[in-house]
Design a protein around this ligand. Structure first.
Ligand SMILES: NC(=O)c1ccc[n+]([C@@H]2O[C@H](COP(=O)([O-])OP(=O)(O)OC[C@H]3O[C@@H](n4cnc5c(N)ncnc54)[C@H](OP(=O)(O)O)[C@@H]3O)[C@@H](O)[C@H]2O)c1
Length: 301
């Protein structure tokens, strides 16, 4: 398929582009810089220059493709409303561009908010609706386009999509641990994070493009939940740091914006996704990845 990928130069997007090209798809990646454009071209992808805020460009990219995989995100964790607004506008624009075509629209989402005192499953609908909700309510917005002749599929990524080169949450936690001289975990450290290796996540995206029915919620989850205490212990071992509990009242100061995420229980299963797609994740586990020193270059800030 000819696939338009936003966020094609990002951590997950780069792996997705590799997997799509390796399996015979054609890729046009959205790139907002020369560096991102050059990286995509070097892989054999086409480039559409543009920014998430250039909605006409997004519309044109989507209209010219046989499928869209939307992974770009501004990731303004300090002012999340900025990211949410851009996310909602982009999904609305892509959905309208694909209206009546029956073409796939896969979009990135997450696990946060889906758990209900137990690991989230694919059957758990997102409680987020409307522009003021997390991620701008984009999962529900996209899935509603099923009634308008679009083939939407939600890609719910584990809170950590890990591997060598990851600059996401585990890299930030590692940098904080090294800066503070302690690998901390929130409270008693029993809250858990689902995890998936980036190559497994990319495989799932391609399989989802090829096989998932409209309206699917796919869980890119290889490990149902790794206790945050075990994550901190692995970071401590890897960087020779003491490991300690951070009391709940100190979490915001100690971790900054990421504290609210690290204190959440973000466990999820992927039984339905595995059955639906025949997806069998086989990459390193999160702890194995941290043990390899994958986060060795993480620096604070
Ligand atoms: N990584 C995870 O563990 C994780 C977990 C759950 C959900 N997710 C979601 O999965 C998606 C991909 O995440 P990721 O980890 O791959 O993110 P990432 O590495 O930060 O990549 C973000 C991508 O978005 C692009 N981008 C950012 N602002 C843009 C703008 N204004 N205009 C155009 N492009 C822009 C970036 O382009 P440049 O290369 O030019 O910066 C990059 O390609 C996101 O929606 C994220 O929230 C990720």
């Amino acid at each position: 398929m000819r696939v338009f990928v936003t966020g094609a130069s990002g951590w997950i997007g780069s792996a997705v582009v590799d997997d799509l090209l390796a399996t015979g798809h054609e890729v046009t990646g959205l790139a907002r810089s020369d560096k991102s454009a050059a990286a995509l071209e070097a892989k054999g992808a086409q480039v559409r220059r543009g920014d998430l805020d250039d909605l006409e460009g997004i519309r044109a990219g989507a209209a010219a493709a046989e499928a869209v995989i939307h992974l770009a995100n501004k990731h303004d964790f300090v002012n999340p409303a900025v990211s949410s607004a851009a996310e909602r506008a982009a999904v609305q624009t892509i959905g309208e561009a694909l209206e009546g075509s029956g073409r796939p629209l896969l979009l990135a989402s997450g696990i946060a908010g889906m758990t209900k005192g137990r690991p989230a499953t694919e059957a758990d609908a997102s409680p987020f609706h409307g522009p003021d909700s997390p991620r701008g309510g984009s999962e529900n917005l996209a899935l509603e386009f099923a009634d308008r002749g679009v083939h939407p599929v939600s890609l719910r990524f584990s809170p950590t999509v890990h591997g060598t080169g990851d600059h996401g949450f585990i890299a930030v936690l590692t940098a904080i641990a090294r800066e503070k001289g302690v690998a901390g975990y929130p409270g008693d450290g029993t809250n858990r994070w689902a995890a998936v290796h980036v190559t497994d996540a990319a495989r799932l995206v391609t399989l989802g493009l090829e096989k998932a029915p409209a309206g699917s919620r796919l869980h890119a989850v290889a490990e149902e939940g790794v206790p945050t205490r075990e994550i901190a212990e692995a970071i401590g071992r890897a960087y020779n740091l003491p490991v300690a509990s951070i009391p709940a009242e100190e979490v915001p100061d100690h971790y900054g914006w990421i504290g609210a995420f690290f204190a959440m229980d973000l466990a999820a299963t992927s039984i339905q996704t595995r059955e639906l797609l025949g997806w069998t994740p086989g990459g390193l586990t999160l702890i194995e990845d941290i043990n390899t020193g994958a986060y060795g270059s993480s620096t604070a800030g």
